[in-house]
Design a protein around this ligand. Structure first.
Ligand code: AMP
Ligand code: ZN
Ligand code: FE
Ligand code: FE
Length: 285
């Protein structure tokens, strides 16, 4: 079984429409794929409608969080997308992305680059707008050669010249909301140090005590040492260990199924999620 628990579609900053993504996941030989767009579930319906025979879709989202000034991401799986408290928080974060992206456009203009909000908005379409869309605009304008080259202090990296912060949820609150909506919470790429400062292990231990279910260990942004350290920490704290591609279509270099999750861990995730619902399968699938 090949299981990839973290992908993005055009509902956020991926480049494949949700339906296209599930078709590609099946073609890539995956048995299970999770759709985890940033701060939104709006791709779920299209993905569910398009799931090919033999593929299982895990509905999810990747929630933008911040702890003590450090941005981090929390993967949420199989929660009830209609549950009002989590829905309200998700919409708050997603909606704040618009003025924030406009702010980054203004900063880039001040740096002498003729980027416009219309351009960024066209690239983002109806997806949650984020830095990768702004980065794509910079690529179109010939300012940087690739999307990832825009993530430097010169442009869009945390604290960079054109960076603007957005509203982000306290991770303890995110865990509470995810569990309250019947879902499973997994800390995404906790050791992705090239993106900026990372959360200390003591905080991960506190999150584990607060109900965090797992940590994403096998991820392109973790080197071998980081993976070994996180695996050890997960064992110590009794956390599930996941692996995934964090696929973004052509906006990133990773491919579907580049990293995968152990079937037993996937089984435990589904047990924890569906166990919270009176009707099996009522978790949004
Ligand atoms: P945002 O949520 O708008 O702040 O954008 C964050 C997204 O930008 C992440 O989910 C990644 O997809 C992407 N990203 C962050 N850091 C980098 C980086 N160093 N290189 C490429 N993409 C990045
Ligand atoms: Zn992304
Ligand atoms: Fe992420
Ligand atoms: Fe992601």
């Amino acid at each position: 079984m090949r299981i990839d628990l973290h992908t993005h579609s055009t509902a956020s900053d991926g480049t494949d429409a949700p339906g296209e993504l599930v078709r590609k996941a099946a073609a890539a030989g995956l048995d299970v794929v999770a759709l985890t767009d940033h701060d939104t579930t709006r791709g779920h319906a299209e993905a569910i409608a398009a799931v090919p025979e033999g593929l299982t879709l895990v509905t999810g989202a990747e929630l933008s969080c911040r702890l003590d000034g450090i941005s981090m991401h929390m993967l949420a799986y199989l929660f009830d997308a209609e549950e009002p408290a989590l829905l309200a928080e998700r919409e708050l974060v997603r909606d704040d992305r618009v003025p924030r992206a406009r702010g980054m456009v203004a900063k880039i203009q001040e740096l002498g680059v003729p980027v416009t909000w219309e351009q960024v908005s066209r690239i983002a379409g109806d997806g949650s707008v984020g830095r990768p869309h702004v980065a794509s605009a910079l690529v179109e304008l010939g300012v940087v050669p690739t999307v990832s080259d825009a993530f430097t202090q010169d442009w869009l990296a945390d604290g960079g010249r054109a960076f603007v912060a957005k509203h982000e949820t306290d991770p303890f609150e995110a865990i509470r909301l995810i569990k309250g909506a019947g879902g499973v919470a997994v800390f995404a790429h906790p050791g992705a140090s090239k993106r900026g400062r990372t959360v200390p292990e003591t905080a991960i231990a506190e999150m584990a005590a607060a109900g965090l279910d797992g940590v994403e260990v096998d991820h392109m942004d973790h080197d071998a040492d980081t993976r070994a350290r996180l695996r050890g920490l997960a064992k110590e704290l009794g956390l599930l260990v996941t692996g995934s591609s964090d696929y973004h279509g052509s906006r990133k270099t990773c491919v579907l199924g580049e990293y995968t999750t152990d079937p037993e861990v996937y089984g435990e995730i589904t047990r924890r999620a569906f166990g919270a619902f009176p009707v099996p399968g009522a978790g949004g699938v």
